[in-house]
Design a binder for this molecule. Sequence first.
Ligand code: GLU
Length: 324
Amino acid sequence: MVKNVLDQALIEGAAMIPYGEVATYIPELGKADKNQLGICIFTRNGKQFSAGDTKVRFSMQSISKVVALMVALETCGFETVFKHVGMEPSGDAFNSLVKLEISSGYPYNPMINSGAIAICSYIEPELTFNEMLRRTRKVCSDPDIVLDRDVYHSEMAHTSRNRAIAYLLESKGVITGNVERVLELYVKLCSLSVTAESLASLGLLLANGGVQPETGEAVLRPDTVRVVKTIMTTCGMYDGSGEFAVRVGIPTKSGVGGGLLSVVDQRMGIGIFGPALDKKGNSVAGIRMLEYLSSQLGLHLFNDESKDVIYRRLETQLSEEESL
Ligand code: GLU
């Protein structure tokens, strides 16, 4: 039954692909095949369901902002992270500079470029890129994550807006270290290559409070996980976060590589790859798939039915099915 729902979700999502376009402002991303589409669900009780292109590697892009936030919270602490970065949705595009200049001068939240660049400036003096890579592999349970050098060089050659943001943050005293090194770390993290499966694993880790369900290892602190999931809910879909929360109600972070990382709390992680994007930079097919799954499986945070009823229905479905 869940597999049938997933297959139907893929059909629903594929119908939206003509309405989206791959990102081209980073030229290397423009080479993606916009018709690719895949979705994975990993549940807390060990079931895995997949449909479509779930093993294709693509760059994490903004989904790396979730990992950077986790690492910064665990390494530098909550007070440091949120001293100069807010927790509010910005209502502007992910790479906007507007509010940095006209309001407080601080980034609105860690899920937009300015916030993530500030967060990278806290991480950069503490941890090497290789350590960040190791931690990304760990939280995604994917030892094959590597730096996609073509994407990295392509973005570094076309990153004027991010460079402008970084120097503006330096002028406001938010970044105090070496701006170019911070920018390099930010772009490298965006260029890590993942699959829909790696994102489903990360989603499951977050759904399970930071504990690896298979091994029982506590990988992240519970307070880190709570902050990350909350900010994904309010700010994870750029300036589309409010409408997405109403229609879908699943904490999610998107990236312009076409990835979506979703967390159904206490239940499952969902990973999606669909590089055709809407005007806000979110996967058009991915959003449709999540909307469909949310309604079919009762996954909205504030579902009309009580969570218990929905959860029991899902558990019954799962126990009747074979893991794929
Ligand atoms: N590397 C991208 C940028 O800085 C990430 C944007 C995104 O995925 O939203 O523009």
